[in-house]
Design a protein around this ligand. Structure first.
Ligand code: NAD
Length: 498
């Protein structure tokens, strides 16, 4: 059986004793195994990183950015191969896997311009004969811990920025779809990145804890579910590290009475059911404002949902594929039952869906609930499956309050033709990323990504200038070149430059 190994110092290296199964979501069953590492594996990666990082950091930034240019070309060249590898383990359809890779590639493109963003600030003559400037320096060794749902994009959010600014980076990807991260490490090496700068260690909680406790790792970037994000944040910070930890989500789509409902239905079906709902920026809650809007929307939504095609990940006509594991399928179906028990009106039931020829695959049909209310556990918690819940609001204010008061605050969207309503909404909603007639408002690579409340612990976002901030520390230099003549300064008083 195929085995996925660690990628340390440019190669497989350390042998393993513990393994996890990598499932085949299209057909059920085990397709490969991934090695699960421990502290000794991490020590080997840290030693390689310590050996390689100083020279990498000392290299001029233009040369580091050339590695990023070559890496970008290699990803483009291997796009099909990477997308098939990703779909085979994750289950998302090929076109969506290409989107996953492309959104990571765009962060690599941003990093090609690194010499420009690394420039510090400079003030000539901040005092008599005194100049002040700042320089951004790498942290040393950083680690990334990533979820299963974007096995290319999220490792690149972190790894491209961390390495291009001069750090060594150790990635601990999800054990459910670990092959693409290893392939990215190979391509980095092929692009000219020194061995030891982008490494991959595989594992579960044991490896995560080893990373959080390791004294030589200075920063940890985490993306995953909120309870684990909170745990990682607390433990990493307690160990003195810089930590950012992105968590789960429950994003709402507000539909105003004046919205273009055909557009909304098209956007909503994609955002609620695309990738089987396994996106932190999915829209699993729709909030029509007014019962009339709700009825009109529902009438259009039902046939659109019924027309969705669920298929294997290589089916070019499928809208979405299976969920990632049998356990996750059971969990999502459990939430559907909970919502039924709590009094939600089950309009379309996706449970029990079987795909002919792939009866053991982890498929769930699209599911629609109406009359979901804020006291329901199934509303409060993230389901992370192809399940859309309709929560009716009677006014703009009531609709605005729903995402604002929810425990998660990752993304939100408003659909309207009213510019004033959209502007008010964007200004007042208590959520980190807002779409105005845009269902999945993932900011482009030269802005930054991050949610609020239990969707994000820490104070910096991913990629863009926020990413640069996270992966560097700023040194501030104050310099004086006296000409030898006495300047009358009293050295016992704090310098005021007055
Ligand atoms: P997860 O929290 O189960 O796993 C994330 C990482 O944590 C993995 O590398 C995993 O090995 C590790 N991990 C798992 N259990 C652990 C434990 N007990 N202790 C320490 N580490 C542990 O998340 P997932 O199921 O892989 O991904 C889905 C989740 O990620 C969803 O909640 C989704 O909303 C969230 N997500 C958030 C964002 C964002 O930017 N906010 C983006 C993508 C996904």
């Amino acid at each position: 059986m195929r085995q996925v190994d660690h990628f340390i110092h440019g190669g497989a290296g350390v042998a393993g004793t513990r393994f996890a199964d990598i499932m085949d979501p299209n057909n059920g069953g085990v397709q490969a195994q991934v090695v699960l590492g421990d502290r000794s594996v991490l020590d080997a990666a840290v030693a390689a990183a310590q050996a390689a990082q100083p020279a990498w950091a000392a290299m001029n930034p233009q040369r580091r950015s050339r590695v990023m240019f070559d890496f970008k070309v290699l990803i483009e060249k291997h796009m099909d191969e990477l997308a098939h590898m990703l779909s085979a383990e994750h289950g998302k359809v090929i076109a969506d896997s290409k989107g996953d890779i492309q959104r990571g590639l765009e962060v690599v493109e941003f990093c090609c311009g690194l010499p420009h963003v690394l420039k510090g600030e400079y003030t000539q003559g901040a005092g008599p004969g005194i100049d002040v400037w700042s320089m951004r320096q790498p942290l040393g060794i950083g680690a990334g811990i990533t979820p299963f749902n974007f096995p290319a994009m999220i490792p690149l959010w972190m790894g491209a920025v961390a390495t291009s600014v001069g750090n060594a980076f150790i990635l601990k990807p999800s054990e459910r779809d670990p092959s693409v991260p290893n392939r990215l490490a190979e391509l980095f090496l092929e692009a000219g990145m020194p061995a030891g700068i982008f490494q991959v260690v595989h594992g579960d909680k044991e490896m995560v804890d080893a990373i959080l406790d390791h004294p030589a790792i200075n920063a940890v970037s985490f993306v995953g579910s909120s309870d684990i994000a909170h745990y990682v944040y607390n433990r990493g910070v307690a160990a003195g590290k810089r930590v950012q930890a992105m968590g789960g989500a429950k994003n709402h789509g507000i539909v105003m009475p004046d919205a273009d409902l055909d557009q909304v239905v098209n956007d909503l079906t994609g955002a609620a059911f695309g990738s089987a709902g396994e996106r932190c920026m999915a829209l699993p809650v729709v909030v029509p404002v007014g019962d009339d809007t709700a009825e009109r929307l529902k009438a259009k939504l039902i046939p659109a949902i019924e027309a969705l095609r669920v298929g294997i990940s290589t089916d070019a006509d499928a809208h979405y594929g299976p969920v990632v594991t049998a356990q996750h399928k059971a969990k999502v179906e459990g939430w559907i039952q909970t919502c039924v028990d709590e009094g939600g009106e089950l309009v379309i039931d996706g449970r029990g869906f079987k795909l002919q020829g792939h009866e053991e695959g982890y498929f769930i049909g699209p599911t629609l609930f109406d009359h979901v209310t804020t006291d329901m556990e199934s509303y409060k918690e993230e389901i992370f499956g192809p399940v859309l819940q309709m929560v009716r609001a009677s006014s703009f204010e009531e609709a605005l309050a729903l995402p604002s008061k929810h425990q998660y605050g990752n993304g939100v969207a408003i659909f309207t033709r009213n510019g004033h309503a959209a502007r008010e909404f964007a200004a007042r909603v208590n959520v980190g990323m807002v779409g105005i007639n845009v269902p999945i408002p993932v900011p482009v690579a030269y802005h930054s990504f991050g949610g609020w409340k239990r969707s994000g612990f820490g104070d910096t976002d991913q990629y863009g200038m926020e990413g640069i901030k996270f992966w560097t520390k700023v040194k501030k230099i104050t310099a004086r070149w006296p000409d030898g003549s006495p300047d009358g300064t009293n050295a016992f008083i704090i310098p005021t430059m007055g």
